[in-house]
Design a protein around this ligand. Sequence first.
Ligand SMILES: CC(C)(COP(=O)(O)OP(=O)(O)OC[C@H]1O[C@@H](n2cnc3c(N)ncnc32)[C@H](O)[C@@H]1OP(=O)(O)O)[C@@H](O)C(=O)NCCC(=O)NCCS
Length: 170
Amino acid sequence: MSENRNAQPSLTPRPVRDSISEMTEIVLPNDANPLNALLGGRLMHWIDLAGAMAAHRHSRAYVVTASIDHLDFLVPVRVGDFVVLRSSVNRVFHTSMEVGVKVWVENYRSQQNQHVSSAYLTFVAIDAAGNKVPVAPVIPETEDEKRRYEGAARRREIRRAESLRRTVRV
Ligand SMILES: CC(C)(COP(=O)(O)OP(=O)(O)OC[C@H]1O[C@@H](n2cnc3c(N)ncnc32)[C@H](O)[C@@H]1OP(=O)(O)O)[C@@H](O)C(=O)NCCC(=O)NCCS
């Protein structure tokens, strides 16, 4: 089936569940520092990819990462562990959307899961020529999805205020 790269994606609202994505990585020596702990930069890369999957699934468009909010790394992750990343679209604005990514480490020997990090990313939808395009609204259905939807509006205001503050200082 041939793909029309110039087709505009539909703007019919879609539920959050359509965007939910999960990605699992096994930590290999090339992902780690000399103490066998996962590099923060590698985890950031996986967070970006997991976030992009949800953004693509929801918008049905090409996307670029506009920003990644503050990140904490709560527990170390070791070579041999599984890293599980789960993402979904929290809210759509116009051409941009906030995606949440939650990361766990899974140790299959001890069968323990621990929360490693949570991130909010903003993706902007673009067409094949790089022009911004509008994104279909997202419909939150569960209590958690509604809480994240409300929170996304507050976080957008904080991002805007921070961006303005940085512009004024420079
Ligand atoms: C992100 C990008 C497309 C924004 O383009 P722009 O012309 O400055 O965009 P605008 O000011 O018109 O904003 C477009 C949307 O992006 C949002 N946006 C722009 N910069 C943002 C930022 N730093 N954080 C969050 N949202 C941002 C705006 O709020 C707006 O959202 P809305 O349409 O939903 O209201 C552009 O800066 C870009 O292409 N950056 C490079 C992206 C990239 O290459 N990422 C990969 C890592 S290098």
